[in-house]
Design a protein around this ligand. Structure first.
Ligand SMILES: Cc1cc2nc3c(=O)[nH]c(=O)nc-3n(C[C@H](O)[C@H](O)[C@H](O)COP(=O)(O)OP(=O)(O)OC[C@H]3O[C@@H](n4cnc5c(N)ncnc54)[C@H](O)[C@@H]3O)c2cc1C
Ligand SMILES: *[C@@H]1O[C@H](CO)[C@@H](O)[C@H](O)[C@H]1NC(C)=O
Ligand SMILES: *[C@@H]1O[C@H](CO)[C@@H](O)[C@H](O)[C@H]1NC(C)=O
Ligand SMILES: *[C@@H]1O[C@H](CO)[C@@H](O)[C@H](O)[C@H]1NC(C)=O
Ligand SMILES: *[C@@H]1O[C@H](CO)[C@@H](O)[C@H](O)[C@H]1NC(C)=O
Ligand SMILES: *[C@@H]1O[C@H](CO)[C@@H](O)[C@H](O)[C@H]1NC(C)=O
Length: 537
């Protein structure tokens, strides 16, 4: 067994904590079941029973399934919650925490349900789901250029509600409209405006959280450490995020986009090679993403080829976009007619592949357009890949066929922010983040093992090209990096994934976790562990 360094041990002994359970503050806690506790302790002005779904309630399955976004966790053998609490009021959350703590029941917090490993609605220990989808108000103040957004809101709602009030304000975050604010913002929030404005967390100025004692805290009362932790370190290790206050950013009334595709036969190797030389150095307004996948070769029946899709989002007009890209990246062979101009709300509809003319109200839909079985992994690229390397990767991809690679540009404002400013550490020195994305349509463990294996094979194949430390993006949760059993080795188990997601910030996250949730109530398979004294459980 590997043990952490001496420094940590001396720190541990100072922090040595009792793990004995504190009894509840009032006698009401001391009898009955978890459900009885919920019913007895809830504020009668906000009846909780209409928010509780047991397996015996007829809508239990539909409530459970409506926010399962990865069909891998929609199987009959996926562990199911004892109940789902669809909180209608903040007091329901306070009650749920107090009762779950007393009864030793695991809580899973779910906002948009997009977690790639289902960690917001699956647990191997007995558990219940705290579902946040009813708490999704959004109050924007254009005068202050700020907004308060509740955790159960979706990204699409954020975009739409800002757009209702102003056509020159926006927010840097992800693009897929159904993703939830609770998970996306608490874990970082990268998107097509991040090279200019940073991550979502770089633009969050306040938050409201229910802590392990059921108290509602804001930035001033939680303090800067806890605020720092829940803006990039994930919410679910620290409490239940109720809402974030965001700083809006200014956008021009029109933005420009293009999508062009090149196959292997159209010199994709040279184009991809050139892209990796320049993509992080382009003007901050240019977000140029490359997706590499395997497609049928039109010219040779039964053969496969490699396709590159180049998707660009530009905070500016199409004339300038065309001239900047042609000057710095002539290998792409962009034509003026490839670039189109849109209001930024329209650009989102286009960017998400809705047919042109689709009303922007589509951003409000909570129905995911196409659910599939998913596996994701991530990497960071610090040196461009040589041409020969690209050739060999393409060959490997043809062999594996299904997994595809997405290259997300870094640089710009992202690299001007210190890696310790927020728990998200992947700042200067990264050319792109690579996402390994495998989607499939067959149910069952055999199919899952097959496709997950393919994804791991490609990830392993990439070893010589990517960062040695193999940093990973926390929002792309990946249980291959390790999971935590929350027993004697929990610090070491936590460091396995924690160092990849958070690098040098992991240690500070553990310190904060230890001080705000010393009994480790808020835990899941990849939560931040607490420091434990030697010999304690
Ligand atoms: C289709 C798709 C597109 C994506 N696009 C992007 C993208 O463009 N940029 C990007 O950065 N990421 C992206 N992601 C990843 C996404 O950011 C994460 O999966 C994120 O955690 C999803 O948030 P959620 O609320 O939908 O998920 P959930 O599954 O509800 O939650 C994810 C995690 O956050 C915790 N959590 C949720 N709500 C709260 C809360 N209120 N308080 C405390 N903890 C909470 C959960 O317990 C869980 O651990 C994408 C994912 C998908 C599936
Ligand atoms: C679920 O059923 C219980 C009774 O078994 C009831 O009290 C509760 O209100 C039902 N939940 C909902 C949301 O209707
Ligand atoms: C999830 O599983 C249920 C139960 O098997 C099934 O009825 C439902 O269609 C599944 N959801 C999707 C989107 O496939
Ligand atoms: C928005 O305003 C409404 C009405 O004042 C309030 O009930 C709600 O809590 C507010 N939401 C946020 C996230 O501040
Ligand atoms: C590929 O590159 C070669 C050599 O640079 C060039 O002659 C050819 O026109 C290019 N092909 C395409 C489709 O761009
Ligand atoms: C996983 O991939 C490896 C390497 O290609 C292969 O040898 C192994 O049989 C695969 N396992 C499964 C379960 O598909």
């Amino acid at each position: 067994m590997r043990i952490p360094g001496l420094a940590i041990f001396s720190f541990l002994s100072i922090l040595a904590l009792s793990v004995s359970r504190q009894p509840g503050s009032s006698d009401e806690l001391a009898y009955g079941t978890f459900t009885e506790c919920l019913l007895r302790r809830s504020n009668p002005s906000y009846p909780i029973s209409s928010a509780i779904y047991f397996p015996s309630n007829s809508s239990y399955s539909s409530v459970l399934q409506s926010y399962i976004r990865n069909l891998r966790f929609n199987e009959s053998d996926t562990p199911k919650p004892q109940l789902i609490l669809t909180a209608l009021h903040e007091s329901h959350i306070q009650t749920a925490i107090i009762c779950a703590k007393y009864h030793g029941l695991q809580m899973r917090i779910r906002s948009g349900g997009h977690d790639f490993e289902g960690s917001s609605y699956v647990s191997n220990a007995p558990f219940f789901i705290l579902d946040m989808f009813n708490l999704r108000s959004f109050n924007v103040s254009i005068e202050d250029e700020t907004a308060w957004v509740e955790a159960g809101a979706s990204v699409g709602e954020v975009y739409y509600k800002i757009g209702e009030k102003s056509n020159i304000h926006g927010f840097p975050t992800g693009t897929c409209p159904t993703v939830g604010v609770g998970g996306l913002f608490s874990g970082g929030g990268y998107g097509f405006r991040s090279r200019k404005y940073g991550l979502s967390v770089d633009n969050i100025i306040d938050a409201r959280l229910v802590d392990v004692n059921g108290r509602i805290l804001d930035r001033a009362s939680m303090g800067e450490d806890l605020f720092w932790a829940i803006t990039g370190g994930g919410g679910s290790s620290f409490g239940v995020v109720l809402a974030y206050k965001i700083k809006l950013v200014r956008l021009p009334p029109k933005v420009a986009i293009f999508t062009v595709q090149r196959t292997y036969e159209q010199n994709l190797t040279d184009i991809a090679y050139s892209l990796l030389q320049i993509v992080d150095k382009l003007d901050k307004e240019i977000f140029l993403k490359m997706v590499i996948d395997v497609v049928n070769d039109n010219r040779r029946v039964g053969k496969k080829t490699i396709r590159g899709t180049f998707l660009c989002y530009f905070i500016g007009d199409s004339t300038r976009l065309f001239s900047l890209v042609n000057k710095k990246f002539p290998e792409l062979g962009l034509r003026k007619t490839d670039c189109t101009e849109h209001s930024w709300a329209e650009s989102l509809v286009r960017w998400n592949n809705f047919p042109s003319g689709t009303p922007v109200e589509v951003l409000l839909s909570r129905v995911h357009p196409r659910l599939e079985y998913l596996k994701r992994k991530s990497d960071y690229l610090k040196k461009p890949i040589p041409k020969q390397g690209l050739e060999s990767i393409f060959k490997k991809m043809i062999e594996l066929e299904t997994p595809l690679l997405k290259f997300f540009p870094y640089g710009g404002f992202l690299s001007e922010i210190s890696p310790s400013e927020k728990p998200f550490p992947h700042r200067a020195g990264n050319i792109v983040k690579i996402e390994y994305a495998t989607n499939w349509d067959e149910s069952g463990i055999l199919a899952a093992n097959h496709y997950i294996n393919l994804t791991r094979n490609l990830y392993n194949y990439m070893t010589p090209f990517v960062s040695k430390s193999r940093g990973a993006f926390f929002n792309y949760r990946d249980f291959d990096l390790g999971i935590n059993h929350h027993a004697q080795n929990s610090y070491i188990e936590g460091a396995a994934y924690g160092n990849k997601y958070f690098k040098d910030n992991f240690h500070r996250l553990v310190q904060i976790k230890t001080s705000v949730d010393p009994e480790n109530f808020f835990r899941n398979d990849q939560s931040i562990p607490i420091f434990q004294s030697i010999g304690s459980q």
